[in-house]
Design a binder for this molecule. Structure first.
Ligand code: ATR
Length: 269
């Protein structure tokens, strides 16, 4: 690809960003589709200034990652309904200087789930009550899933459950109900603490769908044990790639080459 003056520039803003797989994924998608774009990672402490730069430099779109997903909302011109409900953005498009925010995390989770199961009417345990759980929760609710929020701390868990009009249960109560789908949105099991899992193994039953949003390692302890128990498993790369596909399509108007993007991410892991 020629990097001439007509190239569209995209960015990810976070702190830190050294491990992000978004540039590998998006640049491969640009290359594969022949779209004249380039995607760069910027480690930024001040998201307000970064978003001023987006307008000043004419950056076409950006991904927003930890720790800026909530604060970034303050500096946008608009945000879509789901992002407003979640209270956080991970995607920005620059429409001629007007910045609009979206949240593609929940969309990614729904797409990843939909490859393996129906969501509507299913009993779904969402473990965790942070930003990722909010994104996943609101989008699953929109699809008609019956959510129970399961969290270590009651105050945060009850708050999210209230916002979702869902039930809350403490982590220790997980065995008291039957779930069709279980989703881990906590960092439990992430490198370097790969020997732990957010629920006890005995609660993983044959036929259950178990999804982990952690993708480092790809096969978390939770997914390994779930597979042994006869569950259907979905790894964190599926959600990551689908949230990226949403961004790609928003920015370019071209259908995202999901399989190509996934391969690029798996190769880089
Ligand atoms: P994110 O925005 O990425 O979702 P977060 O807002 O820090 O991250 O939320 C992390 C979630 O994982 C929280 O629900 C947290 O539980 P608490 O509300 O009790 O803090 C949960 N979490 C983090 N570490 C955990 C652990 N070791 N065991 C159980 N839950 C954990």
């Amino acid at each position: 690809m020629t990097f001439d003056s007509n190239i569209s520039v995209y960015a990810v803003f976070g702190d830190p960003v050294s491990h992000t797989l978004s540039p590998v994924m998006h640049n491969r998608a640009f290359e594969f589709t022949g779209y004249k774009g380039v995607y760069l990672a910027f480690g930024v402490k001040n998201i307000k200034n970064a978003l001023i730069s987006v307008r000043t430099l004419g950056i076409k779109g950006a991904s927003i990652t930890i720790p800026h997903k909530i604060e970034a909302m303050k500096y946008l011109d608009e945000a879509d309904d789901i992002a407003l409900k979640i209270g956080a953005v991970n995607t920005i498009i620059n429409n001629g200087g007007c910045l609009k925010g979206y949240n593609s995390d929940g969309f990614g989770a729904v797409k990843a789930l939909s490859e393996k199961t129906v969501i509507k009417g299913k009993n779904i345990a969402v473990i965790g009550a942070g930003g990722a759980a909010r994104a996943v929760g609101f989008c699953i609710k929109k699809e008609g899933g019956k959510i129970t929020v399961i969290n270590r701390s009651a105050d945060k868990g009850e708050r999210l459950a209230g916002d979702l009009s869902a039930d809350y249960r403490p982590l220790n109560d997980i065995g008291k109900m039957k779930y069709d789908i279980l989703i881990n949105t906590t960092p439990v099991g992430m490198t370097p603490h790969t020997d732990v899992m957010p629920v006890e193994r005995r609660y993983l039953e044959k036929g259950m769908v178990v999804m982990d949003i952690v993708y480092n390692p790809l096969k978390t302890r939770l997914l390994t044990e779930a597979k042994k128990a006869g569950c259907i498993t979905i790894d964190g790369v599926s959600m990551f790639v689908h949230q990226g596909a949403f961004q790609f399509e928003l920015w370019t108007g071209i259908k995202a080459p999901v399989d190509v993007m996934k391969k690029a991410v798996l190769n880089a892991l």
